[in-house]
Design a protein around this ligand. Structure first.
Ligand code: NAD
Length: 431
């Protein structure tokens, strides 16, 4: 069993025990309802046929249609998809939206494909699974290495196969196709709402807070930009090839890295590690130097934000983490045993199920507006997102105090209660 799946189930069992939920009943939530597999064949630009393993795991639809992203990544495998689909089920329950959980992926390095090949692969994915997708069945969205353009190709293929246009069948679409105006920043913005609300609750000093962020894609880059704009000092950023860190944190007037400028540099150079430069577009009012992804995680900082991939904080490095707060924007960045070490060391972890739920929350608004044929304006979506994230944090925080446990266990407990109450209608709870 993959470590992420094992760890997710361990978290579930810990939460079930705390709220006194019968383990046997809870186990019905541990098995996926449907596993779809395919080998996607595409013709390359050189005329060769290549195939790629693809998956869609539809885990649980007790609370509504299956919902979850599609990832294109060389490490995609069935076990990982199962774990992420289970996490989606719990996340949607925690944030209280009427969706079940699913996840999909293709084992591919999309950076090695041309645009034409990427389009062919996206269409092949839909052709393989479309009978099980749809606004009331299963609604995919972007995840690692997938984006609004890929969703547009997928909707087009889905509508072609179905013979009618179904905009609500995918979320994270371009605005012209009924996508939300705030979807691109939604996950990041949701995480920042949770963080700010949490800091207020624990009365953490909120001036000039420092943050180090791993991952500079949709989630990492947007989180960095929002925090920077709100006056946080970004001390380090990274992507798959490595990172950059400011040299001296103590210099007066130091405002840290400017992620807007770093983003311009990344667009120019293609990778963040190549942005260690002076006299170039990425130069910021600091000296900065290269840092590895591992070292970034161990920096002394107020807030550490893993926003790349799973299993980054493990038993190997948990003892060396020096951040005071960890905001888990990636899915599954902390291993179960590492989490225990962090808790023992008093490091506060805002768990992924809550921290990164803003993306699916706004996907829900997008789906709802497509179904009702409405257009939501930006302010309306932002207000709803803020209210949903703050309410999620309030409930998780309350439960953590009630059960004298950490936020992760409380988050799992809340999700379990909602799933259990609504699917079995027996368990009396505090929700
Ligand atoms: P993305 O593809 O846009 O960006 C991923 C970033 O991580 C890139 O900068 C990439 O270079 C970096 N990266 C990849 N492998 C790495 C490694 N081994 N070490 C360090 N950095 C690495 O993906 P994203 O959409 O930003 O997703 C990031 C994480 O957030 C994932 O765990 C995803 O499941 C989770 N998430 C995303 C959303 C969303 O709305 N996009 C919502 C919820 C959760």
């Amino acid at each position: 069993m993959n470590h992420l799946l094992k760890d997710t189930i361990l978290c579930l069992e810990k939460a079930a025990e705390i709220i006194g939920l019968d383990k046997k009943k809870m186990r019905t939530l541990e098995k996926p309802k449907r596993i779809l597999k395919a080998s996607l064949k595409i013709k390359t630009d050189k005329g060769m046929i290549k195939s790629f393993p693809a998956y869609r795991v539809q885990f649980n639809n007790k609370l509504g249609p299956f919902k979850g992203g599609i990832r294109f990544h060389p490490l995609v495998d069935l076990n990982e998809m199962e774990a992420l689909a289970l996490m989606m089920t719990l996340k949607n329950a925690l944030i209280d939206i009427p969706f079940g959980g699913a996840k999909g992926g293709v084992r591919v390095d999309p950076l090695k494909l041309s645009k034409k090949e990427l389009e062919a692969l996206s269409r092949a994915y839909v052709a393989a699974f479309y009978k099980h997708l749809g606004p009331q069945k299963d609604i995919p969205a972007p995840d690692i290495n997938t984006n609004p353009q890929i969703m547009a190709w997928m909707i087009d293929e889905y509508s072609r196969l179905l013979g009618k246009i179904e905009l609500a069948s995918f979320t994270g679409k371009p605005k012209e196709l009924g996508g939300s105006e705030i979807r691109e920043q939604a996950t990041a913005q949701g995480g920042v709402y949770v963080l700010e609300s949490f800091l207020k609750k624990i009365k953490f000093k909120r001036k000039n807070l420092e943050a180090a962020i791993q991952g500079f894609g949709n989630v990492g880059a947007n989180t960095a930009k929002i925090l920077y704009d709100q006056g946080y000092k970004i001390i380090a950023l990274s992507d798959i090839k490595g990172g950059i860190v400011i040299k001296s944190k103590k210099r007066k007037g130091d405002i840290g890295l400017n992620p807007h400028k770093v983003e311009e540099c990344v667009k120019e150079k293609g990778t963040l590690a190549g942005c260690y430069c002076r006299g170039s577009v990425c130069e910021v009012p600091n000296d900065h130097q290269k840092i590895s992804n591992q070292k970034l995680l161990e920096l002394e900082t107020d807030i550490l934000i893993p926003a790349a991939i799973e299993n980054q904080i493990t038993v190997k490095n948990a003892k060396r983490i020096k951040a005071k707060i960890i905001l888990e924007m990636a899915n599954g960045p902390t291993a179960f045993k590492a989490d225990k070490i962090l808790n023992q060391r008093g490091i506060l972890v805002i768990p992924d199920l809550l921290a990164n739920a803003g993306g699916v929350a706004v996907s829900y608004f997008e789906w709802l507006s497509n179904i009702k044929n409405e257009v939501w304006d930006k302010a309306e979506s932002i207000n709803c997102l803020k209210a949903m994230m703050e309410s999620g944090l309030d409930k998780v925080y309350e439960l953590s105090r009630q059960y004298k446990t950490d936020l992760r266990t409380a988050g799992y407990a809340l999700a379990l209660q909602r799933l259990y109450v609504r699917s079995h209608k027996k368990f009396s709870s505090t929700i």
